[in-house]
Design a protein around this ligand. Structure first.
Ligand SMILES: Nc1ccn([C@@H]2O[C@H](COP(=O)(O)O)[C@@H](O)[C@H]2O)c(=O)n1
Length: 320
């Protein structure tokens, strides 16, 4: 896999990783499934020195706002504040909670209640905005959210080879599905589990459906009743893609894992140092690298592409 020689690749145990990749190929395509996070894993973290939005914070800078918001803009403040003040609070939440989410020095027990608090407050703010189902496509079209370079080969290779792709996201399902749809890669082998909006008959957001999925409960507890992994029990070779320590448990519900390759994107590099608004107070990549290298087999640093994943898939999916 020549892509493993890229400068962005870090591997703690190269021999072990080569062994897993060889075994995945030997086991064959019929045994393979891919489990992936969405935001900042399949979607880009940054572009032209700016952060790309997650499926939540796509709403921060959107002109697609509630009737209240539109009335505000009619009053003349559309250029200076193109969204109602509650939208600004979403940003405030991000600045407060995101450093907590990625802090390697806090335990999961400390983080979990704070994540529930973040998601609950953010969802309440979105409900207050009376988001309309029909506006989501425009919102996505006008946003800077985008899939990583090489996404088409990634989705198409898996589809062509009938390899199931399970996207397990703590983002907003309605938004991320639209991003994938607009990229024309929402193939029949893709299954998404995420936080979904619940709209009334007029298409206005009323609630978020249960269970609430946040960064640190992406495991079997929120998959009860889906039977997804049970139906794929013969697929015992797993490629897991994530960008946070919470993503490491995404495959826990798979009944029998024989071989698993964990690939992690270590983002947050190559962007302006603090006081960049979102990075203020964040621990830098150097401080997080050690934990990522222990947890993920392959760590990709400042890599906005799916090149390495595609290279590995090409190798595994090629007939021997
Ligand atoms: N109000 C929020 C809540 C969460 N986020 C970010 O979204 C990411 C979750 O999505 P995954 O697809 O990665 O599971 C998470 O890492 C949070 O940083 C947000 O931006 N706003």
């Amino acid at each position: 896999v020549p892509e493993l020689e890229k400068a962005t690749v870090r591997i703690r145990q190269p021999e072990r990783v080569r062994g897993i990749i060889r075994t995945l190929r030997e086991q064959g395509v019929a045994k393979l499934q891919v489990v992936s996070d969405f935001d900042m894993t399949l979607s880009r973290f940054g572009c032209n020195g700016r952060r790309c939005p997650t499926s939540h914070n796509i709403f921060h800078s959107s002109h697609v706002v509630s009737e209240d918001g539109k009335k505000k803009s009619v009053k003349g403040d559309v250029d200076s504040v193109p969204f109602p003040s509650a939208m600004l609070q979403l940003k405030d939440l991000l600045h407060y909670y995101y450093p907590i989410e990625i802090d390697p020095n806090r335990t999961l027990e400390e983080k979990r209640p704070l994540m529930v608090e973040w998601w609950t407050r953010a969802h309440e703010l979105l409900v207050q905005q009376k988001i309309r189902k029909g506006d989501i496509a425009q919102l996505v079209r006008e946003s800077e959210a985008m899939l990583r370079d090489g996404f088409k080969e990634f989705f198409d290779q898996l589809h062509k080879n009938n390899v199931p792709l399970f996207i397990f996201s703590a983002g907003i399902g309605d938004v991320l599905e639209e991003i994938i749809r607009q990229a024309d890669v929402f193939h029949s082998n893709v299954k998404v589990v995420s936080n979904y909006m619940d709209f009334n008959d007029d298409g206005v957001l009323m609630h978020f459906k249960e269970p609430l999925i946040h960064t640190y409960n992406k495991n079997n507890t929120v998959l009860q009743g889906t039977q997804y992994f049970q139906q794929l029990s013969s697929r015992t070779s797993i490629i897991l893609l994530g960008d946070s320590m919470g993503d490491l448990t995404m495959a826990d519900g798979i009944p029998k894992v024989e071989n698993i390759l964990k690939i992690g994107f270590l983002n947050d590099k190559g962007l302006p140092p603090p006081p960049h608004p979102v990075l203020t107070g964040l621990l830098q990549v150097d401080e997080r690298r050690g934990k990522y290298l222990e947890a993920y087999d392959i760590v990709l640093e400042s890599d906005e592409t799916l090149d390495v994943v595609n290279g590995i898939l090409r190798y595994i999916l090629t007939e021997t």
